[in-house]
Each structure stands twice: as C-alpha cells, then as structure tokens.
Design a protein around this ligand. Structure first.
Ligand code: NAD
Length: 418
C-alpha cells in the first residue's frame, strides 16, 4: 500500500477487556477513489485489509464492522495441551500477553491446577481450563466441536527419561496416542496449525557441535527420546498426506528458570531429574547434597556441557512459531527449529554462577558418570533467529536468579522486596 495516496488516517483503539485483547483498526481513505479501507490489526501481528463502500465513513456502520471483526478474531484461539505444566504455563502467559485467546487442556498428571492462579496473577486473564486426558479422544472431541481455536500447541507428554526406561509402554501410549488423537481431530475439525514440543534428544551426541536442524537424528537413548523422534515422523507423514495441516516442531535444548514474578515456575514431583531443580532444592536444604556426575569428560573443565535456555525465552519461541503459521510465512508445511541459546555451559559453571548470583554456597560432590548422559550439547539457533525473528535474550544471571526466587517462594520465603 502506498501511504502517499492516502487522504485520511484514523487510529481507533478497541480494547476488549474480557479477552484482554487490544485491537487496532486503521481507517484509510484513498484520495483518488474515496474508497474506505479498513485495516484490522491484532496483537498477534496479523492484519486483514477490508474495503467498504465509496460513500464516505458512516460511524455506526463502522462501529458494527469493528465489533464483528473483533468477535470473529476470537476464533483465532489456541488450544494448549499440557498448559499447566512447566513450559506450557510460561507459554500461556506469553500467548495471553500477545492477545491470544487460550484454552488449556491438561490431565494434571504432572502439574497442579493452582498454576492457573499464577497465570491469572501475572496476566490479569484467567485462561479457560479443561481437565482432560489427551489419550481420550471422545473428551478431546467435545473441545474441538466448539470450534474456538485455530491452532494447537501440544506439550502434553510424560517426560522423565529414567522412568521411560522402566515403563516404556506407558510412555509410548501417552506420548504417541495423544499426538495421534490431536492430529485426527485437527483433520476432522479443520484446525490447521500445530506446534509440537520436540527435543534436542533426537540428535543424541552429535559428532559436530553446535547442532543445526540438519544434524542427523540418531537412534534414541531412551523410550522417552524415541517418542519424540516417532512423534516428529508422525507429524511429517501426516502433514504430507493431509493438506489442511501445517506443523512446526520446536526442538528444545535445556529449559531452566522461572517467570521473573516468581508466580509460576517448575514444579518437579519427587526427586528432580534435572540439574536446576536439584540445585535449587539443595540450596533450600530440601536435598542434602547435589551429585555432579563425572568430571572426566573431554570438555574444557571436564564437566558435561548443555545449552541452558531461559524458560521465558523458550515460551516466546512458541508465539513466534504460531505467528509464522498464522501469517502464512512457512516455507514448507512441516518445519523444524532448534530453540537454544547457542551457548554451551558446563555443570560446574552452572553451580558456580548460581552461587555467585544468589550469594550462597552449595553443597555438592562429584561422583562417577551417569549412564546415558552425553558429553556435550549446544544449539546453533541461527535458523530460528533468521526465520522466526526469535532470539534467546535473557542472561544466565537473570535465569539463575529467577530459579532461586521461585524456589524461595515455594519454601514460603517472603520475596516481595526483591
Ligand atoms: N522440560 C524439558 O527439559 C523438556 C525438554 C525437551 C522437550 N520437552 C517437552 O516439552 C513438553 C512440556 O514439558 P514440560 O517440561 O513442561 O513438562 P511438564 O510435565 O511440566 O508438562 C507436561 C504437562 O502435560 C500434562 N500431561 C501429560 N500427559 C497428558 C495427557 N495424556 N493428557 C493431558 N495432559 C497430559 C502433565 O500433567 C503436565 O502438566 C513435553 O512434551 C516434553 O517432552 C521438555
């Protein structure tokens, strides 16, 4: 559109408080034709262009026109499976803040419904919540029948690597059946967009680092890792066969930290499997001592290296992926992006930085290597940077500070002054 040809530019802000949406409608009138152009822009960045009569603006008609557009945009909702979980809850915050309407479905097998209170306290919006199991297609179908979403972010899965070795069938049943149900219903109800939670575990230990999206996927080390690989294949084949569906798989590296408000964060059940919750629980005195597995790796300080990404940065990547799909910017119907920082950090660096940032001393001991741990892993995130316009922005300091603040809040420490 050539702005020089415009005679009139009116900006109207139409806040729709119950949805937390703030939509902008621009009314433009061209000099040459007196045609009224209405540009409807919502905060997810999507815009639509409408041309009305050539009789000059009629404010009543214009009001009804705007209202109907706002309501029609409500359909651009997002179903978030596993939305009360660690990554899901932070992503729901990002989605609500970007103006999306969100429905969470979670069976609460690894999360707590009180997370919704935290989301509401941060955003001022209470997302819809349905307690349901994604393995149950009949229950899921009731949500699809209402037709309130065009996109799905599918987080729901069991994720403990060690447990998956002991209970492989439960992992295959949960992670794979849930995805098959989601895709089947997307077809049946014409829901076009899927963002899937994948993992850098699909790369195993790459020969060359950093890992790019072209790094070959290796045979999985665990049933959990295998479910991610199989799910990616199911999505790739489905998208090829069914034109109506597009999908983006985000391969996460190692998410850590919490929302800066400390109102939501990771809630591990039982003994944590991951480094950071173990670090914070040891600092809080819940665990006696932190075990660090192996100091004889072929890395600069001998400890394992990972790409630790701030949970809020990771959450923002989902909004960027969704925007790409909704705005029709995908280059292929199935795309894959690495979501990491591009920075490898060793286990000991995490421990030392955590101590420094939070002004405390951690009790740790160095033990032998743990079976199944790879030596080093970090991402090349440049494809996501270029194509999604997404960058990991938080410093390790900020992230480790937020992790400790969250742990303190869980322990009932007053952090209101911080
Ligand atoms: N956290 C990580 O380090 C990491 C890394 C890579 C990939 N991922 C993937 O990201 C996704 C989210 O991980 P997270 O760390 O937030 O885990 P999480 O356990 O905190 O969240 C998963 C949520 O899904 C729910 N859920 C599980 N099975 C369900 C089912 N059948 N029906 C409905 N809800 C179900 C759980 O109750 C939980 O709230 C998972 O798919 C996980 O495999 C996580």
């Amino acid at each position: 559109m050539v702005l020089r040809s415009l005679e009139l530019l009116v900006l109207l802000f139409c806040p729709h408080t119950s949805l937390g949406l703030a939509n902008i409608i621009m009314m433009l009138r061209t000099k040459a034709t007196c045609v009224n152009l209405f540009i409807f822009v919502n905060l997810s960045g999507k815009y639509s262009l409408y041309i009305l009569s050539n009789n000059g603006p009629n404010i009543t008609l214009f009001y009804y026109f705007c209202t109907s557009l706002i309501y029609s945009d409500m359909r651009k909702g997002v179903l978030v499976t596993g939305g009360t979980g660690y990554i899901g809850s932070h992503t729901v915050v990002e989605l609500l803040e970007a103006g999306y309407y969100v429905i969470i479905v979670d069976n609460l097998s690894n999360s707590d419904e009180s997370v919704i209170d935290g989301i509401e306290a941060i955003t001022g919006i209470r997302p819809d919540f349905v307690k349901a199991d994604c393995r149950n297609i009949e229950t899921l179908e009731k949500l699809f029948e209402k037709g309130r979403f065009d996109s799905i972010i599918h987080f729901a899965a069991a994720k403990a690597v060690g447990e998956s070795v002991e209970k492989p069938l439960e992992y295959y049943h949960n992670n794979i059946l849930s995805l098959i149900n989601i895709i089947s219903l997307m077809r049946r109800y014409n829901v076009p967009n899927l963002v899937f939670s994948s993992s850098c575990t699909v790369y195993g230990q790459p020969e060359v680092l950093p890992a790019t999206e072209q790094t070959p996927r290796l045979e999985a080390e665990s049933p959990y890792g295998n479910t991610k690989r199989i799910c990616e294949d199911i999505i790739r084949d489905s998208v090829k066969a069914y034109d109506s569906i597009s999908a983006i798989a985000l391969r996460y590296f190692n998410p850590i930290g919490a929302h800066p408000s400390a109102l939501i964060g990771e809630l591990p059940r039982g003994i944590p499997n991951n480094l950071l919750p173990y670090v914070t629980q040891t600092a809080a005195g819940i665990r006696e001592v932190l075990s660090i597995f192996g100091d004889d790796y072929n890395t600069p300080d001998g400890f394992c290296i990972r790409d630790y990404i701030d949970i809020n940065d990771l959450a923002a990547a989902h909004v960027a992926a969704l925007k790409r799909m909704i705005c029709g910017k995908m280059k292929e119907n199935f795309e894959v992006f690495n979501i990491g920082t591009g920075r490898g950090v060793s286990t000991m660096e995490i421990v030392k930085t955590f101590e420094k940032v939070n002004g405390l001393s951690l009790k740790y001991r160095i033990t032998g290597r743990r079976a199944g741990d790879i030596e080093a892993m970090w991402a090349d995130p440049s494809y996501a940077n270029e194509e999604l316009g997404w960058y990991a922005r938080k410093s390790l300091y900020e992230t480790l500070r937020s992790a400790w603040k969250w742990q303190q809040r869980l322990c009932g420490v007053d952090i209101s002054d911080e």
